[in-house]
Design a protein around this ligand. Structure first.
Ligand code: ZN
Length: 163
């Protein structure tokens, strides 16, 4: 995602050796593509407007600082990385949230936004947002923080972005 892109020309990159193509398409074209071909063989850019957050999915996760995999609870006081197969209590908080977007044809899709893009949109790291949130509501409210879209992300509703 490259931020507000209403004025950006479509970027089309092609490589004769690679099966991955990168081009700007509409959401409807993606749906058609997903029906026809193996979706892992291509990546696309879509210019679409952010309509709303899909809030039940939360907006961040705690990742392994070695492999970026999502850490799971080992017991009440420690975390575990299944990918590294070891206990890990130095997790990093990263953005991961779902947004509903709408393109110029009024087709809608759910996109998942990961850490780097989330940081560009919010203007700060996920950990900084958590720190601010826990200062105002207290450490006991983690579940509430997870479920509530932070103010710094709410303002991206209505943005037109290139995904
Ligand atoms: Zn790991």
């Amino acid at each position: 995602m490259l931020g507000e892109a209403g004025t950006t020309l479509p970027t089309i990159t092609s490589s004769s050796s690679a099966i991955t193509k990168l081009e700007t398409v509409t959401i409807n074209e993606i749906y058609q593509f997903l029906q026809n071909e193996n979706p892992q063989e291509a990546s696309f850019h879509v210019i679409a407007k952010i309509v709303e957050f899909v809030e039940p999915s939360g907006w961040y996760y705690i990742s392994c600082n070695t492999c970026n995999n999502k850490l799971g609870k080992n017991n009440p006081t420690s975390m575990f990385c299944e990918n590294c197969n070891k206990e890990n209590n130095v997790g990093l908080i990263r953005y991961r949230f779902e947004i509903k977007v709408c393109d110029k044809n009024k087709d809608e899709a759910i996109f998942v936004v990961f850490d780097e893009d989330g940081m560009n949109l919010a203007g700060k790291r996920a950990a900084a947002v958590i720190n601010e949130a826990t200062e105002s509501v207290g450490q006991d409210e983690w579940q509430g923080i997870y479920k509530t879209t932070p103010e710094c992300l709410k303002h991206i509703i209505g943005y037109t972005c290139k995904f």
